[in-house]
Design a protein around this ligand. Structure first.
Ligand code: SIN
Length: 203
């Protein structure tokens, strides 16, 4: 039986859905909630803080290619479906001319277990009217690198000792927390892990 998590991405996991994203000639919106918040590293024409509903951000995805290795995975964030969840991040508008190259770049960067999905993003802090449909990369519980829940103490410890080709896992967690704070967003899970890392002398 499909779980809530399975159902939430079932349409976008279809490869033909990806083809229609590529073929679309409208500007593309990409919603980043992890490293894409503080290091987009792709061409965009506009960016704005935004929030999505129905998901919570959790350090539940194993990273074997960026912040860890196959034998010692780090932990990065993914979105977990939760009815009352809210997740702040950054929405980027990509011009039609850059759509194909940005999608190819992001598919490669997020290849360690993330799949494309579609979310509605409410832009800005105060405005309620500006909503856009955005592409987001989600690592579900069906990918081989998925680690799932653990206590925040265990998560912080795994982050503290992990290191991968993109650098220390600590950098990922602390830069994400700093970027969220800078945009005025609150994420208790991310901030709890930041506090544990700082208490352990990191940062
Ligand atoms: C994202 O940032 O939106 C995807 C997850 C990651 O690369 O950290």
């Amino acid at each position: 039986m499909a779980t809530t998590e399975d159902r939430s991405i079932e349409g976008s996991a279809d490869p033909t859905a990806n083809q229609s994203v590529e073929a679309d000639d409208r500007p593309l919106w990409v919603f980043g909630y992890g490293s894409l918040v503080w290091r987009p590293a792709f061409a965009y024409v506009d960016k704005c803080a935004g929030v999505i509903g129905g998901y919570s951000r959790r350090f539940w995805q194993g990273s074997t290619d960026h912040r860890g290795t196959p034998s010692a995975p780090g932990r990065v964030v993914t979105l977990v479906p939760e009815e009352t969840g809210r997740c702040w991040g950054t929405a980027y508008r990509v011009s039609p001319g850059h759509r194909a190259s940005v999608l190819a770049n992001l598919d490669h960067r997020e290849r360690g277990g993330f799949v494309r999905a579609s979310v509605e993003v409410r832009l800005g802090h105060e405005r309620v009217a500006d909503r856009v449909e955005a592409l987001v990369y989600i690592a579900t519980n069906r990918n081989p690198n998925y680690l799932g829940p653990a206590s925040e103490i265990e998560i912080a410890e795994q982050i503290r000792i992990s290191h991968g080709p993109s650098g220390p896992n600590i950098e990922y967690a602390l830069r994400l927390a700093a970027a969220l704070r800078e945009m005025g967003a609150v994420d208790e899970h991310v901030f709890a892990i930041e506090a544990l890392l700082e208490a352990a002398g990191c940062g």
